[in-house]
Design a protein around this ligand. Sequence first.
Ligand code: PMP
Ligand code: GLN
Length: 459
Amino acid sequence: AAARLHGYQTAIWGELTAMSNRLGATNLGQGFPSWDAEPFLKDGAIKAIAGRDYASSMALQRPLGSTNNPNSGVPTQFPVVPLNQYTRSAGHMPLVNRVADMYTEILGCKIDPMTNVLITNGATQAIFNVTQALLNPGDEAIVIDPAYDSYAPCIELAGAKPVHVPLTRVEPHGPDKKNPVLVDAHSPIAQCPTSAEFVLDAEVLERSVTPGKTKLIFVNNPHNPSGKLFSLAELTQIANIAIKHDLVVVSDEVYEFMIYPPVQKLARMASIPGMFERTVTFGSAGKTFSVTGWKIGWCVGPPSIIHPMFLHHQYTVYSVATPLQDAVSSAIANAPEHDYYARLIRTLREKRDKLCNVLHDVGLTPFVPEGAYFVLADTSRVRFPEDDVVKRYEAKGQKLSRDFAFAYWLMEEIGVAAIPPSIFYSPENKHLASNLVRFCFCKDDSILDAAATKLQKLR
Ligand code: PMP
Ligand code: GLN
């Protein structure tokens, strides 16, 4: 393998899912919904592949005087552009137009479909693309730990250096007034801490900027793995540093529609005065419409960011699956009539509370998340044979940190798969994950109930 890949190992996602399947564990690990896409979403994709627009565009091109019967066969002499061929490289126009309209409303400024939008193969490609498009070898980019596990490798693949700033735990409401707003005051989890306890120290952030070298900062809001929502005040602190030091902000907002009451509106980095020109916002149809296998993402930003990203995209990807882009365009158009976003929030919030109640009950204190579909839990009160697990894996040549030992034990002995959160931290910050485990709650109730039954063994 090329030198740039030295030191890389297989990421945990596939491995953990395979292990979980092999052991017959209940999988609350990798973040993907266990349910199928809703019919209105699937219909868009089915129609796109089956040739909906093929038929209608043929009807429009019928020569004068020809039969009006739409079932009379398709005359082959007319050029048509069915949706199973390449589409425009920067994005299929029906989707680009929808994304532009959606973000014109969300950000409160006019988004030009032709210059402000790029469609990617999921947000994952956008992460690779933006680092390739904007970073030179020797540059630095700031990552807030814990962070999605592809940021740092992509920064390195561009020859740049990731500089990590940790979120630290601060108890904002005091020990006996933890969670007055996120859940019903009478709920057992009202006393639990929340994801708001993970906070960024703006002074530490500013000290991590190397003048002349730092070019980018990644901000993920709502945040994976904690579920934290950065408030407008927190984003403004980051924005001030970005403006002062001339940084671009990559605002990864793939969980943008998963925010739980009382928060009604996600604070958006790009809508802070002075920030649109230096922010690129990422969204994901996989997350928004529970179709992680479709791999359609969008990037919204100024031409100074979108154009270099496009230059890279045209030679590395060219274009993204046309029928699925078309289906996502229909999904965005049809979502309101299906009350989609409100239902998604209601469903996920119920699942969040269901899982958090179980975790609280068995001594795995949850940090009740304000957004996204993950919950971090504190494992420090659960007794488990850490040394035995570590020794067993040592014999197989694997050195486990405490959170890995806990997650492996939980999967093997209790039968529930979860993610050891140290994968979201840089080496110097991994210790912050020692007593944490991440569960995913976008799973059918039957799966959450099966996990609940197994987790009772921890009591
Ligand atoms: N960013 C974050 C924070 C994520 O959790 C994910 C989930 N995989 C991604 C980006 C990638 O999204 P996609 O599936 O659209 O590639
Ligand atoms: N984002 C998902 C998670 O955090 C998984 C992404 C992946 O499998 N690459 O669980």
